[in-house]
Design a protein around this ligand. Sequence first.
Ligand SMILES: [Zn+2]
Length: 121
Amino acid sequence: MTVMKSELIKLLDFPRQKMTASMELHQCAHNGFFDETDIRCRTCYQGGECTWVNHNDKLVALEDKTLSDLTAQIVLAMDFIDATLEPEHEYQLKCQCDNCSWLTQANNALRALDQSEANSN
Ligand SMILES: [Zn+2]
């Protein structure tokens, strides 16, 4: 099974929405657009998520990104989604909630990717 880029790009939708929703943009001078020349951005406590969202914004040509770049973004997003789970709500394969089913999809995609890479070597 080969993983299509479009599949990975589609996977980025959910964490993008979650991150955008979790950012407190009323405190942001740039309305969520990371500006690396601004010291406030570089020291912002929300920095990581903002960078991720901007890196993976719909406006950015995701199709042009390499498979390994997209994979790296998925891995980052998995950490983020995993961190948003309630402490008493551990990730479970069988759980149907948004977060768990996304994590399952992301896991599957990464595993399929590993296999297709192993096959092509
Ligand atoms: Zn769940």
